[in-house]
Design a protein around this ligand. Structure first.
Ligand SMILES: [Zn+2]
Length: 308
């Protein structure tokens, strides 16, 4: 199967993220021009959320997500690593090891990253970003881009169950003086899949909800969590997952174990329910998760009435 036959995700960028990225692309290019007459490459860290295809929702860390399950990768924010953390040459950009005097810089950038993800839990570092300021319109990841961007990104994404790594490379736009973002994926760290040019921000592009708080932070979400915590007590184990999801593990009352995973857009998007019977897990979409809990006749207290 070649790329053209595959159902592939596209990449969408929100205005705030694109502004930050373009600012850094211009800064690096101008810095290089002033120094030696040719533009420097730039590095940026895209913070992304996933939009799944209809009927293909997959809970991160619990299920595996294939490239074909993803409708869009939404770049909702971006961070620019401190200059001293990045090693630049004509051919490659790599992060310096977090040793010696760099350790503190690395730690402060990690803290910045943690704060950004705490503000927007639907996002994570699902892709790498840099520029090829010599290329116009299109580009191709180099050998080091595969080894040092795509492969480590795939390794990290796999810890979330996402069976793909991504690298987004900024190039000079063809028809004006701005920039375009050429996007690539890999499933195995070897073969590069061309995802095409990202859609730059427009009023109608959508995706702004990726910056909204996830369900569990909303009043409705807090009320529901409070209700099941009160009803189930120690039988409930609750855990925040990546990308704004929450896992609820319910201790067995019978022979079958049950796990619910609630996405950040619940109840507009269905949750996922996993049941283990005779050693096999089966998964299904669930909209009214209360139907699966022993809460008949239970009136949810308001969050402020919950035992703390
Ligand atoms: Zn490159």
């Amino acid at each position: 199967m070649n790329d053209a036959d595959e159902i592939l995700p596209h990449v969408v960028i929100l205005p705030r993220a694109w502004e930050k990225i373009v600012h850094e692309l211009n800064r690096a290019a101008n810095h290089g021009m002033a120094r030696c007459g040719s533009p420097d490459e730039a590095v940026f860290v895209p913070l992304c959320a996933l939009r799944y295809r209809s009927g293909r929702l997959r809970a991160p860390q619990l299920e595996s997500t294939d490239l074909s399950d993803i409708e869009a990768i939404v770049v909702a924010d971006a961070l620019i690593p401190p200059r001293e953390m990045v090693e630049l040459s004509a051919l490659r950009i790599r992060f310096r090891p977090a040793l010696g005097s760099w350790a503190q810089t690395q730690a402060s950038f990690d803290a910045q990253l943690d704060a950004a993800l705490a503000r927007a839990p639907r996002l994570n570092v699902l892709a790498r970003g840099h520029s090829h300021p010599f290329d116009e319109g299109r580009t191709r990841p180099s050998g080091p881009d595969r080894a040092e961007h795509l492969a480590p990104c795939l390794a990290f994404n796999r810890t979330l169950g996402i069976e793909a790594g991504f690298t987004f490379i900024a190039v000079r736009a063809q028809e004006n003086s701005g920039w375009a973002l050429h996007c690539f994926a890999t499933r195995d760290g070897q073969r590069v899949i061309d995802l095409g040019i990202a859609k730059l921000p427009t009023e109608s592009a959508g995706g702004k909800q990726m910056l909204d708080v996830p369900f569990y932070v909303t009043e409705h979400g807090r009320d529901l969590e409070c209700a099941i915590q009160t009803a189930l007590g120690d039988a409930l184990k609750m855990e925040r997952l990546a990308l704004g999801w929450t896992r609820y593990r319910i201790a067995p009352r019978s022979s079958s174990r049950s796990v619910l995973a609630i996405p950040p857009d619940f109840p507009a998007a269905a949750g996922r329910r996993f049941v283990c019977a005779e050693g096999n897990w089966a998964a299904e979409d669930v909209i009214d998760w209360r139907a699966y809990l022993p809460l008949e006749g239970f009136v949810a207290p308001r969050a402020q009435e919950c035992p703390s």
